[in-house]
Design a protein around this ligand. Sequence first.
Ligand SMILES: [Zn+2]
Length: 148
Amino acid sequence: MAAKKKKTSAKSSEFKGFEPYKEKKGEEYMNDKQVEHFKHILDAWKKELMEEVDRTVHHMQDDASNFPDPNDRASQESEFAMELRARDRERKLIKKIDESLADVESGEYGFCEQCGIEIGIRRLEARPTATLCIDCKTLDEIKEKHIG
Ligand SMILES: [Zn+2]
């Protein structure tokens, strides 16, 4: 039986490979050091996701021919479908990371794209691709619920 234990990719929606930023008192928001900090997070996260995508593609190519039994092949195919959905999410995430990196370059990173206030270091560390402050995000979600 092909009961290979899969490594789950649950962690791909968050990235923990960094030390939380320690602000000095009175430090300016998004100064060079902070920008550098988030650029590093975004770069490292993107690299991790891209390696994950690569790994799956190779893994699927290796495995595809190894299941002569139709039952094995069927379960393999549904596993592949799940993998592909996960990879699709990761690709979208990589796209968002690229957008955030572009914001870093243009100096817009860390500020709410709707109202312009500071998104905040802790919120950005929890969600490095955030483009909205918590208030605008909450409002957005309420609006979405009304439409959907
Ligand atoms: Zn806002």
